[in-house]
Design a protein around this ligand. Structure first.
Ligand code: ZN
Ligand code: ZN
Length: 345
């Protein structure tokens, strides 16, 4: 079977890999759709994602939907023919984090398409995937795979929203409206947020945010407008930082209200980054991180996509076959032309 393997920055090769027999509890899933994520773009363009460096061949992809084609012995809950969204993590299930429902922090996590550990954990951009049965979440047969694959990025956003606490009536600033920023905005709206304002550098992204329900979309650099809006609100109750840019952290700390909450969702550059940290004390800020998502958030995500309560369809701008994954990643990194690009098989 074919697999798209990253060997180094800008070097993805389509290779033939053997199909191994299934172990007990495992399921074989035929790849049908995989979203290209910011982390895939980082790995492809720079050979690293923050502090995670690609040092051996890595199959990218963790936003995956497919069809169950083979079920191993003792694999319960999945049936041949199921259309599934894949929960991309395997956790130990027994550590203190797993037991407290913070399984996204499990130190034993295996996460598809990540170089955070050695050996690297291989991802989903391959024709046939071997997963545990409990990673398969069946979706209705009339939900297209390309939409089912949004379960992963929506779960990222639902987890971040959970970390921010009750958003009902709260004013929210989203810094950076790539796919995650846009979905954060939609998730914040779904959870009852009040005024939602977004910022970005790219006009096309701002236009998409307006179409998808932002109350105001402000270009980075229009500091007067952002200041006027933020002062009118008495500062934002919550800032969802989705750009991964240190400058946006500066913006967040300036425009969050005293006692407000900043959620770091975007991946900042690796190493030490200067931020206006004095404000953490002076404004008594809650600065929180959001790392991937819990299984519970993924389950909610699958449900919201299935029911259409959160409509992800406008986010899909392009589809490319698996063999074109490099071109698909290049396209996904052009934010003037693309929001979410899916690889299909
Ligand atoms: Zn992702
Ligand atoms: Zn654990």
């Amino acid at each position: 079977m074919r697999a798209a393997v990253l060997h180094a920055a800008k070097d993805i090769r389509i290779e033939q890999h053997p199909v191994e027999p299934l172990a007990a509890g495992q399921v074989r899933v035929q790849f049908r759709a995989g979203g290209i994520c910011g982390s895939d773009i980082h790995y492809y363009s720079q050979g690293r994602n923050g502090d995670f460096v690609v040092v051996e061949p890595l199959v990218l992809g963790h936003e995956i939907a497919g069809d169950v084609v083979e079920v191993g012995s003792a694999a319960t809950g999945a049936r041949v023919g199921d259309r599934v969204a894949l929960y991309p993590a395997r956790t130990c299930g027994t550590c203190s984090y797993c037991r407290e429902g913070r399984d996204n922090l499990c130190p034993e996590t295996f996460f598809m398409g990540s170089a955070s550990k050695r050996p690297h954990m291989q991802g989903g951009f391959q024709e046939l995937l071997t997963v545990n049965a409990d990673q398969c979440y069946a979706v209705p047969a009339d939900l297209e795979h390309v939409y089912a694959a949004f379960a992963e990025p929506l779960a990222v956003c639902l987890h971040a929203i959970n970390r921010a606490g009750d958003l009902k009536g709260r004013s929210v600033l989203v810094t950076g409206v790539g796919p995650i920023g846009l979905i954060l905005m939609m998730a914040a709206r779904w959870s009852g947020a009040g005024t939602i304002v977004v910022t970005d550098l790219v006009d096309e992204a701002l236009a998409a945010a307006r179409r998808l329900g932002a109350d105001e979309a402000i270009r980075v650099g229009d500091a007067d407008r952002l200041t006027a809006v933020s002062q009118g609100l008495g500062g934002f109750d919550v800032v969802l930082e989705a750009s991964g840019s240190p400058a946006a952290v500066d913006t967040a700390m300036e425009h969050v209200r005293r006692g407000g909450i900043i959620l770091q969702v975007g991946g900042l550059p690796g190493g030490t980054v200067p931020i206006p940290a004095f404000r953490i004390m002076a404004k008594e800020l809650d600065v929180r991180g959001s790392m991937r998502f819990t299984r519970a958030a993924f389950e909610t995500s699958v449900r919201l996509i299935t029911t259409g309560e959160i409509d992800v369809r406008p986010l899909l701008t392009d589809q490319q076959p698996l063999d074109n994954v490099a071109a698909a990643i290049e396209l996904a990194s052009d934010r003037r032309r693309a929001i979410k690009v899916m690889v299909t098989g």
